[in-house]
Design a protein. Structure first.
Length: 128
């Protein structure tokens, strides 16, 4: 960007110097010189406007690219987080299911022992 600014400044300075020399050395009438200067300045302003618009468009494109890259990276990070979350939830559910099965097995085992103990106590009472 700094190089472009220097080129534009050099162009403007050179144009002004050329216009001044043209005024000093031109054997034309004042009205013709004024028309020439007006045309030159109009052309110079048009060129400057085009350069500013071009630079603005370049900045806009660059900003859009930066935005798209940032959006893509954030989206990727969100996707990775969601994948990690889903994996963690599935792992927790699997462990909870295993613990539930183990607890149910222990409960059934304890229930069977109590029932057997009850039956043995009942048989012992009835046989005595």
């Amino acid at each position: 960007m700094k190089d472009q600014t220097r080129v534009i400044a050099a162009l403007l300075i050179g144009a002004a110097a050329g216009a001044a020399l043209g005024l000093l050395l031109a054997p034309e009438k004042g009205e013709n010189i004024r028309d020439g200067i007006s045309d030159f300045i109009t052309d110079l302003l048009d060129t400057a406007k085009e350069k500013v618009l071009s630079t603005a468009n370049d900045v806009k494109k660059y900003g859009g690219t930066v935005y798209d890259n940032a959006k893509s990276k954030v989206s990727g990070a969100v996707d990775e987080f969601n994948d990690y979350k889903d994996t963690a939830v599935e792992s927790a559910r699997a462990k909870a299911g295993d613990l539930k099965d183990q607890a149910q097995g222990k409960f059934d085992e304890g229930k069977a022992r109590v029932k057997n103990g009850s039956n043995e106590a009942n048989n012992a009472i009835q046989n005595s």
